[in-house]
Design a binder for this molecule. Structure first.
Ligand code: ZN
Length: 234
């Protein structure tokens, strides 16, 4: 389930990740109220005893907050990925949308001790879906302006449209799957660059980084690299 994509990211990033891509193109987990209900249940930082029943209006509000956060993350990270462009183009509008989400439901964090663990819940008068929305917006402001802001990144693995918080110095990608695909693509590009057709007598052959191969061999090589790249992608 895509909602479980990169579950270690902070909640605002997880909301941004409801727009994601694979080989068949872009996907949106928040197209329907059912999609939102499933996402809220799967990401559950709310009391599991309380059923979350979002409305059409909630869906609109979550989508607006998501698109606003994506726009502001793009601003923060200098994102140049065309496929990742948010439908909310104006930065000022995105800022207004985040603030509107914060004001949607007066809410405050609540510390709970459950199953021997300290967990964060939200408290307030409004329905759970609205409180969660406000809480994610507050955490979005903290993410965009706090100590994690400098570590927010766009993932430049081929075809990826996600963001992530770089939580250790060598991390380059949003996920291990993206890292594998990026490495396979680099490997393929390096070897493609090294290809040149040798014109001469006898069967046509190709040079790969200086070493000669017959056309049949190189086709087999490219097939092996391509299959490895597909296997490594998620
Ligand atoms: Zn990625």
């Amino acid at each position: 389930m895509p909602a479980l994509l990169n579950p270690d990211e902070p909640m605002p990033v997880r909301l941004m990740s409801t727009v994601w891509a694979d080989r068949s193109g872009l996907h949106d987990d928040l197209e329907t109220v059912d999609g939102l209900r499933e996402w809220l249940a799967a990401t559950g930082d709310s009391d599991p005893e309380v059923e979350v029943s979002p409305s059409e209006r909630d869906l609109e509000l979550y989508r607006r907050l998501r698109d606003a956060l994506r726009r502001l993350a793009a601003l923060r990270t200098g994102d140049t990925r065309e496929a990742a462009v948010s439908p909310t183009r104006e930065v000022c509008l995105a800022v207004e949308d985040v603030n509107a989400a914060v004001a949607q439901a007066p809410t405050w964090p609540l510390l709970a001790f459950e199953d021997d663990e300290l967990v964060r819940r939200s408290a307030g008068e409004a329905p759970m879906a609205e409180r969660r929305l406000s809480s994610i917006a507050v955490r979005g402001i903290e993410l965009l302006t706090g100590p994690d802001a400098a570590d927010l990144r766009s993932c430049y693995a081929p075809g990826c449209v996600l963001y992530f918080v770089k939580d250790h110095p060598r991390r380059e990608w949003c996920s291990a799957g993206c890292g594998n695909r990026a490495r396979a693509a680099r490997h393929y590009a390096r070897h493609r660059k090294g290809l040149s057709v040798v014109r001469g007598r006898g069967a046509p052959s190709v040079l790969v980084n200086g070493r000669g191969f017959f056309i049949g061999e190189i086709t087999a090589y490219i097939t092996v690299v391509s299959v490895a790249s597909v296997r490594n992608s998620r």
